[in-house]
Design a protein around this ligand. Structure first.
Ligand code: NAG
Ligand code: NAG
Ligand code: NAG
Ligand code: NAG
Length: 162
């Protein structure tokens, strides 16, 4: 059987359209505090409420490395501005630190050295990203592999093979 050129182009267009639907959102790097960066006397609650944080996104802390740092703490320590027994030290020394938000949960960060009392604390609520609907929705319990929905990949392969 001979394959006409028109068929081939149609298949490519269909594939491209499906992949566009299926590909996950790119991770976003959130500059903590926006233009204010990471420093005292900024309301980081205000800042974090204006953002949506998805699993896989990053926080980017930019600050004066001679004064401040970034520690991940739990809710209690965040409330008390306590750096004792912190969860994770994000500080790397350059005053430019990144942190990947890997789980759908509430995260808490602060700067030690007493600056937390001056507002250098931030809490972010991380949620799972719900991908855009595909033409035939997959059953529950399907997974995204490397950003591409396997069901859509299968459809693409079938369309290509027909
Ligand atoms: C920061 O902003 C939040 C939300 O707008 C507000 O509820 C809170 O009172 C503010 N905190 C301070 C210390 O101003
Ligand atoms: C920390 O905060 C909790 C409640 O938020 C309080 O019960 C506890 O006494 C505080 N601990 C310190 C060391 O301030
Ligand atoms: C938070 O961390 C502090 C310091 O490690 C610890 O004493 C406290 O029990 C923790 N609180 C919770 C709710 O895990
Ligand atoms: C965090 O790590 C940095 C770089 O390794 C280090 O200089 C700093 O002392 C650490 N901070 C704390 C509170 O452990």
């Amino acid at each position: 059987m001979r394959r006409s050129g028109g068929d081939l182009w149609l298949k490519i267009v269909v594939m491209a359209a499906m992949l566009t639907f299926a590909v996950c959102r790119d991770p976003v790097r959130h500059l903590v505090g926006g233009n204010d960066r990471w420093k005292p006397n900024v309301n980081y609650t205000d800042w974090s409420l204006q953002q949506v944080f998805y699993v896989g996104d990053w926080l980017y802390f930019v600050y004066d490395r001679n004064l401040f740092n970034v520690l991940e703490v739990n809710e209690t320590s965040y409330g008390n501005c306590s750096d004792q027994g912190f969860i994770f030290n994000i500080t790397r020394g350059a005053g430019r630190d990144v942190f990947e938000l890997t789980q759908p949960k509430q995260y808490y960060f602060l700067s030690s050295g007493g600056y937390c009392y001056n507002g250098m604390k931030v809490s972010v609520n991380v949620v799972e990203f719900v991908p855009a609907p595909v033409p035939s929705p997959p059953q529950s319990g399907s997974y995204m592999i490397k950003g591409i929905n396997p069901l859509v990949l299968l459809i693409v392969i079938v369309v290509w093979a027909v």
